[in-house]
Ligand binder design. Structure first.
Ligand SMILES: C[S@@+](CC[C@H](N)C(=O)[O-])C[C@H]1O[C@@H](n2cnc3c(N)ncnc32)[C@H](O)[C@@H]1O
Length: 321
């Protein structure tokens, strides 16, 4: 007959922490582990899973970093095209990277996995998103603990339980004010909602309240501990700013690669309020952005503007389009 041991016993047997055992269970990496009440039980004959982090370090593989949230426009369809424009040995060496409308950072994380820029600058107008970047940079341990707890409560629930939990977190996210003291709590709510809401959308109403319904994921990974730890490491070298893209002007010079990925123009009056924040990126904003590009183009920076899902426009490159 199959016998089970507790997470504490497995931790002692494998010489790892009890928290690590819980993480491995919730990532489905221990065959046969199950949650009973609020405790994990593990088959007595289960093998200790290979720690991916150790293998990677031992073999000296480059770190693979993925965006920590899904983000509209951040699917990375153009990453291959963009990569061709990044500094290569033949071109003048660019030492600085600037992404003033970073969103989920599809290109940023690709860059951080592969290239050695000496100075990096990212910004976004969305305060909750930038708070999450800052918390991952400065307080990743608390963030992981909070996300892990939410994951362990949410995943074993049935649909009604999950709905109740999701909407209670959404209410807390909308009612707790973002301050220094609540930053880790809010970042955890933000990531939880992103991983469990419909299509990973970030949509707010006119009052700025997040109003996306729950999504229908069977087994969402709410806490990807390894990825968050890797992101935290690489963000140590990145300046993170909450605010308008134009603030990046001071950072940009002739040694800078700039990637601009603005929100798409709203299709209708009301759709302006259905994405990232309550401000529309309308025609007036498009004109302001064009002026900004003119200004930074004078510095000699290499600039790439994503016009839509298929087209990139470059400035400052040889044979610029
Ligand atoms: C198309 S998304 C960027 C997607 C990103 N490339 C990714 O990989 O996820 C556009 C981003 O611009 C941000 N944004 C909108 N207006 C802005 C402004 N005035 N200054 C800085 N960021 C802005 C939005 O919050 C949103 O995250």
């Amino acid at each position: 007959m199959l016998s089970f041991i507790s997470a504490k016993e497995a931790a002692e047997k494998w010489n790892i922490s009890q928290r690590r055992v819980a993480i491995l269970c919730s990532e489905n990496r221990i065959v046969g582990a199950m949650m009973v009440g609020n405790m994990w039980i593990i088959p007595g004959n289960a093998e200790k899973p290979i720690d991916k982090r150790t293998v990677r370090r031992e073999k000296g593989h480059p770190v693979t970093i993925k965006p920590f949230v899904k983000w509209v426009g951040g699917k990375g369809q153009l990453i291959d095209e963009l990569e061709k424009m990044l500094p290569s040995t033949g071109e003048k060496v660019l030492t600085k990277y600037c992404e003033p409308m970073v969103g989920g950072g599809a290109l940023l994380f690709n860059v951080l996995s592969k290239y050695n820029f000496t100075e990096l600058y990212i910004s976004d107008i969305n305060p909750e998103l930038i708070n999450a970047y800052n918390v991952i940079k400065r307080n990743v341990a608390e963030l992981i603990a909070r996300l892990m707890e939410m994951q362990m409560v949410f995943l074993p629930m049935d649909e009604n339980g999950r709905k109740f939990y999701y909407y209670s977190i959404r209410d807390k996210f909308n009612s707790v004010e973002l301050t220094e003291a609540t930053s880790a709590e809010k970042a955890a709510y933000f990531i939880f909602l992103n991983k469990t809401c419909f299509n990973g959308l970030y949509r707010v109403n006119r009052k700025g309240q997040f109003n996306v319904p729950m999504g229908a994921y069977k087994n969402p990974t709410i806490c990807d501990e390894e990825n968050l730890l890797n992101i935290s490491k690489v963000l140590q070298n990145v300046t993170i700013v909450c605010g308008d893209y134009s603030l990046s002007k001071e950072f940009i010079d002739k040694n800078t690669f700039v990637y601009l990925d603005p929100p798409y123009r709203p299709i209708s009056e009301t759709s302006a309020f259905t994405s990232y924040n309550a401000d529309a990126f309308d025609d007036e904003q498009q004109i302001r952005l064009a002026h900004f590009i003119d200004t930074i183009n004078k510095t000699g920076a290499k600039i790439v503007l994503r016009k839509d899902n298929k087209e990139l426009k470059t400035y400052g490159f040889t044979n610029a389009s």
